[in-house]
Write a protein that binds this ligand. Structure first.
Ligand SMILES: Nc1ncnc2c1ncn2[C@@H]1O[C@H](COP(=O)(O)OP(=O)(O)OP(=O)(O)O)[C@@H](O)[C@H]1O
Ligand SMILES: [Mg+2]
Length: 488
């Protein structure tokens, strides 16, 4: 996840100097001693984020190498460095696509700023491309992170579905990426140039569902002041995405079935039916078969929608994708928030790996967003994920109070103990349900005993309860307050 900077210079001393600057900034340095070697590194090393390129080198030289790099890897920014700073060299290099330009000797601070800037530009461009693709419906499976075996199968099915007009039902827990998959199917289909219209069937007021879906004529009911197309006609030629289709009211299920069977709709108040050409993708996080058994969902409609089911696995069953998802979201929020987070501390990544993510990718996305905002350094740490680690970043006043407590009672500084990986208290169990208050309380007290080395008055104060209550709870939960008392 750390960024790799490729240094291209024929002078080994220069390369070493640059390496020092780069490593001091927390980046990884890679070397190439010629333009040719740089081009080779592009194919052999897949992870180069920025290139520092000397212009005057034997062989093909820097300027030619620059042209080739831009042609082969236009997404990698190139910062040009040279001994001679003639204005026409600068102009030529910038015209050839250099992101920035320095005349040697370069000040390390300025170079570091330049590297950060070009990295940020890359993230912003990525974000612009993503937003543009979402808006134009050109999002495809390549834009999804789906390398885990369980997800590759999903992508394979999605790509196959995209080749035809077959109705697809995307199934999966909340936040697994059902809508993203629907968008990718649309984006990879021949309808990509046409609109993809989304209807959230669970969020429609019951009395308006029909008009929202099928449209209405002017004056067809009170409040129908003008003619309304309806989602089916808006999606004509394209894709209609019926999200939360399991929440559709019963009477609408009948009308939807007719629309799907006949390929025509009856706008409210219209004299005749209208032909529509839409591809249907629906999604739900409910168990629709159970809804069918219980009579809540029409069986005939279920078979119409469920011609090609795609089951999206929960995040906990595809943890192989976690690091890449984390990197993806950090990049996105860096671009959005103007931050420069480079990644996640090693032990914090294990924390994220051990969490079971009941809210799936959306929960991860939100957790990273909050962490990026909370983060005070260059890498995300346990404190930046308080809901997962049970560890909070202390505010300044609290830290001063800690210092006082340490002085008065000689206890271990709370922060050091808390940030160790020894005892985050999860509020959910492995299947994602909230744990019983009593068992969370037990774990919390046990954790506090460890974190504050058994100093009961401090623990009581931190937990906001009296000392006698704490002692009673310790007895009730059968905890040993001396268990973790350190030798003082
Ligand atoms: N494989 C993935 N790669 C990159 N981003 C993803 C992936 N899966 C999901 N996301 C992102 O996670 C968020 C949630 O995805 P999405 O809205 O598609 O989930 P959903 O299953 O429709 O959720 P819900 O059930 O809550 O409607 C979105 O911001 C989406 O872009
Ligand atoms: Mg959704």
């Amino acid at each position: 996840m750390t960024k790799t900077i490729l240094i291209v210079d024929d002078d080994p001393t220069q390369r070493r100097l640059m390496q020092l600057v780069i490593e001091k900034q927390g980046f990884v340095a890679a070397h190439a001693e010629s333009g040719e070697a740089a081009l080779e590194a592009l194919t052999t090393q897949g992870n180069i984020n920025v290139i520092l390129l000397d212009l005057v080198m034997p062989g093909i030289g820097g300027m030619k190498a620059l042209g080739e790099i831009r042609a082969r890897a236009p997404h990698i920014p190139v910062i040009v460095l040279t001994g001679q700073g003639g204005i026409d060299t600068v102009v030529k290099a910038m015209q050839a696509g250099a992101a920035d330009f320095f005349v040697k000797p370069v000040s390390p601070e300025r170079l570091a700023v330049s590297i950060r800037n070009v990295l940020k530009m890359g993230e912003l461009q990525g974000e612009v491309v993503r937003l543009r693709k979402t808006a134009t419906g050109a999002l495809t499976f390549g834009d999804m992170i789906a390398d885990a075996p369980a997800m590759r199968q999903v992508v394979r099915l999605g790509e196959r579905a995209a080749k035809s007009n077959i109705p697809v039902l995307v199934l999966g827990e909340s936040g697994v990426g059902k809508e993203l998959i629907a968008r990718a199917i649309h984006g990879a289909s021949s309808r990509a140039g046409k609109p993809m219209i989304t209807v959230n069937c669970g969020a429609l007021p019951e009395n308006l569902v029909e008009s929202v879906l099928f449209g209405h004529e002017k004056g067809s009911f009170t409040g129908a002041v003008s003619k309304h197309m309806g989602k089916f006609r808006e999606a004509d030629g394209g894709t209609l995405f019926l999200d939360e289709v399991g929440d559709l009211p019963q009477d609408m299920q009948v009308k939807l079935l007719r629309a799907l069977q006949e390929g025509e709709i009856d706008p409210v108040g219209a004299k005749r039916s209208v032909k529509v050409d839409v591809r249907i993708i629906s999604a739900t996080n409910r168990d629709l078969t159970e809804d069918v058994t219980k009579g809540r969902f029409r069986e005939d409609l279920f078979y119409r929608l469920n011609v090609f089911p795609i089951d999206v696995p929960p995040l906990r069953e595809r943890m192989e994708d976690l690091p890449e998802l984390v990197r993806h979201f950090i990049g996105r929020f860096n671009a959005q928030e103007g931050t420069h987070i480079t990644g996640v501390k090693g032990e914090t990544m294990s924390l994220l790996r051990n969490f079971n993510w009941p809210g799936n990718v959306r929960q991860l996305e939100n957790a990273i967003f909050r962490a990026v905002v909370l983060c005070e350094g260059g890498e995300l740490e346990a404190e930046d994920f308080p809901h997962i680690s049970g560890v909070c970043r202390q505010i300044e006043a609290d830290e001063q109070e800690d210092a006082l407590v340490v002085e008065q009672e000689g206890s271990k500084p709370a922060k050091a103990a808390l940030s160790s990986a020894e005892g985050p208290v999860n509020i959910t169990n492995r299947s994602g349900h909230i744990r019983a208050l009593e068992s969370i309380e037990r774990d919390l007290i046990e954790f506090a005993i460890g974190a504050y080395s058994g100093h009961m008055s401090e623990i009581a104060r931190r937990l906001g309860i009296g000392r006698s209550t704490l002692y009673r709870k310790v007895r009730e939960h059968d905890l040993d307050p001396r268990a973790s008392k350190v030798a003082e």
